[in-house]
Design a protein around this ligand. Structure first.
Ligand SMILES: C[S@@+](CC[C@H](N)C(=O)[O-])C[C@H]1O[C@@H](n2cnc3c(N)ncnc32)[C@H](O)[C@@H]1O
Length: 308
């Protein structure tokens, strides 16, 4: 397992090259919080943008000035992908994560502005506290947004509903939602997907559209739009399924979400690791730090990423 990892317990800075920029993200190996680590899906997401930014909806001319909010941003990698393509990004997380997130945002923004001749295409990125479901936090960021993004934000079942309610509260009729997810638990994945399908038109990005190195069978990217009629925060928890009306979210060719049979084929139980909190190393000992990273199967594909 060691050799498969992107991070090590002593890793405090990840250097990540994306869209022609050499970014550096500080981590806090001593923190107990999940948000103080760069998670693999965030890099898969940023590299997906890089691969698809020459034409179509992700080219800088289309994205310039678009308002983006990143939920559960952690170290802020995915938001930087959007900001580098010209978007004005609000990168959000829980209060405990905000200081490190702010440090990463300030450091990389100043690096981009100082060192790169093509800084013109950079939009902006700012940091805000946003605890999912907190109405004051939601109001303070001034919704609706053009894009709502998040990577690796659903790792336990209890997160599905507050995240859904927050996404709905931040959305308008034209909002596009882009989420990345690494499958670690079939039950969390199933609940998440069923909830998304009830409220959104869900498209899964095919692997061929992802960067050839920054992808993994366990990592999925979703591009979604709210199904009209617009669902409000008040009725978001209703189990009733809204009317299914297709929306125009197809500029990047994406796959419709799959049948259960397809999913079985793509993500058979052998390809999944267990739910993060219950994961154990063979000798049964697992430090806090190890527990947080053990699920990152995708790290084996990302091991060439330079770590300083
Ligand atoms: C596994 S980390 C992923 C971090 C980052 N998106 C990445 O991919 O590197 C999950 C993130 O979700 C955030 N999160 C979890 N529950 C949250 C909540 N209720 N409100 C806001 N953020 C939350 C955590 O603080 C953490 O940053």
């Amino acid at each position: 397992m060691e050799a498969d990892r992107l991070n090590s317990p002593s890793t405090s800075v990840i250097t990540f090259e994306v869209l022609g920029h050499q970014l550096q993200f500080s981590q806090d190996p001593n923190s107990k919080h999940l948000g103080t680590t760069v998670w693999d899906t965030s890099m898969v997401f940023a590299k997906f943008l890089e691969k698809n930014c020459r034409k179509g909806r992700f080219c800088p001319s289309k994205l310039k000035g678009k308002r983006v909010i990143e939920l559960g941003a952690g170290c802020g990698v995915a938001g930087f992908g959007m900001a580098l393509l010209g978007c004005d990004v609000v990168s959000t997380d829980q209060i405990e994560v905000v200081p490190l997130l702010r440090r990463n945002v300030e450091r990389n923004t100043s690096w981009i502005m100082q060192m790169n001749s093509n800084a013109d295409s950079f939009g902006s990125i700012k940091v805000a506290e946003l605890d999912w479901g907190n109405e004051d936090h939601i109001k303070a960021v001034a919704p609706p947004f053009d894009y709502i993004i998040g990577t690796d934000v659903v790792y336990a079942e209890h997160l599905v509903e507050p995240l859904l309610q927050t996404i709905i509260a931040l959305s308008g009729p034209k909002t596009t939602i882009m989420l990345g997810h690494e499958i670690r638990s079939t039950s969390v994945h199933e609940q998440m997907l069923q909830t998304w399908k009830n409220f959104f038109d869900v498209k899964i990005v095919p692997k061929a559209k992802m960067d050839s190195k920054y992808q993994h069978p366990s990592i999925q990217l979703f591009i979604m739009g709210l199904k009209p009629p617009v669902v409000t925060a008040e009725n978001a928890i209703s189990t009733e399924k809204p009317e299914n009306v297709a929306r125009g979210i197809d500029e990047v060719e994406v796959e419709p979400s799959k049948t259960d049979q397809d999913k079985e084929h793509d993500h058979g139980s052998n390809s999944l690791v267990d739910d993060l909190p219950s994961t154990r190393l063979p000798d049964g000992k697992l430090s806090e730090w190890e527990a947080r990273r053990y699920g990152s199967m995708a790290a084996r594909l990302l091991r060439e990423v330079k770590i300083t």
